[in-house]
Design a protein around this ligand. Structure first.
Ligand SMILES: C[S@@+](CC[C@H](N)C(=O)[O-])C[C@H]1O[C@@H](n2cnc3c(N)ncnc32)[C@H](O)[C@@H]1O
Length: 295
């Protein structure tokens, strides 16, 4: 019977492999040490600086940009629509709000219940959704992205909200260093970038070198119980993709955790899914998030 099913699957073009269970868990993989954190929601719609740009001026400024990865929404009923070159069913206006409710409560709890006064680095910040949220929660944020047009968008959002405690700059991931960014950070956000890079192990090493206490890691994962890294080709086409066309990588969950062990992270846990109100890729185990503590 088993062979018959395998034969049919092969006939349909599937490869059939025997998989062993994942190797013994990497040292450092820990039970969730946070427990059940208090729920936290994003500040949404975004507040506007009193005396700042008028409704019409905001609309005009937003309209100067073609593509938007976040459907920013502001007090007074002004918002911008999502626009990508590659339209993905995963890109919905709710997506960042759902992701926020998923992993930010754990980060805030790990930081002692508040981000106030924490120095945060937002890697590959796109138009600044995470940076703006952290700045609204009182953190001092440094953020960068490799695409200049996205940093222009982020600066526009910053000026509409009126935040002094966030700085946006154009930088390639591989040029990041404590020297280029004014020292290390209490918290490093490595969100939605690992799977755009060619060298995931080196990328995690570099991320760790930027962090004093915590890394929040969020990435797509390859669906295998083996510790593997899956290669694919990525064109530098959209505002969500790599800035250089080339090989991009997807580690499996156990592959990612072995890499965390290799780079010397102190301990980590995968942030549990606590609600079905999450994007499909998280619900289907194609994407996951980790809270990582560094020594
Ligand atoms: C999928 S988006 C993730 C945005 C955001 N971090 C989030 O999780 O919502 C990937 C971002 O990485 C940026 N990016 C890709 N390759 C980069 C590189 N080598 N250096 C800096 N930014 C890069 C893209 O411009 C894009 O804004």
């Amino acid at each position: 019977m088993k062979h018959a099913i395998q034969k049919v699957l092969r006939h349909l073009g599937y490869e059939v492999h025997r998989t062993r269970s994942a190797p013994a868990s990497a040292a450092g993989k820990a039970a969730n040490w946070i427990g059940e954190p208090a729920p936290v929601d994003s500040v949404w719609p975004l507040p506007r600086r009193p005396g700042g740009l008028s409704d019409n001026q905001i609309r005009e400024e937003l309209a100067k940009h073609d593509l938007w990865h976040y459907a920013f929404s502001f007090e007074g009923g002004i918002s911008v629509s999502l626009r990508h070159r590659n339209v993905s069913p995963l890109a919905t206006p709710e997506r960042p709000l759902q992701r926020f409710r998923h992993f930010m409560p754990y980060l805030i709890a790990a930081a002692g219940g508040s981000l106030r006064g924490k120095r945060i680095l937002d890697i590959a910040c796109n138009a600044g959704f995470w940076s703006i949220q952290c700045a609204l929660l009182g953190a001092d944020v440094t953020a960068f992205d490799g695409r200049g047009e996205l940093i222009e968008e982020a600066k526009l959002i910053k000026s509409i909200v009126g935040l002094p405690n966030v700085e946006f700059t154009v930088l390639d991931f591989w040029k990041m260093s404590p020297e280029s960014l004014g020292g290390r950070f209490d918290i490093v956000l490595n969100l939605g970038i690992l799977y755009h890079l060619t060298h995931p192990l080196e990328a995690l090493q570099l991320t760790k070198s930027m962090a004093k206490t915590h890394i929040l890691l969020d990435t797509t994962v390859y669906p295998s119980t083996e510790p593997v890294i899956h290669l694919r080709w990525e064109e530098a086409y959209d505002i969500t993709s790599s800035i250089h066309s080339g090989i991009a990588t997807n580690p499996s969950k156990s592959g990612l955790e072995l890499m965390l062990k290799h780079v010397g992270a102190a301990r980590w846990f995968e942030i549990p899914l606590r609600t079905p109100d999450m994007p499909e890729d998280y619900l289907e185990n194609r994407r996951a998030s980790w809270l990582v503590e560094v020594p």
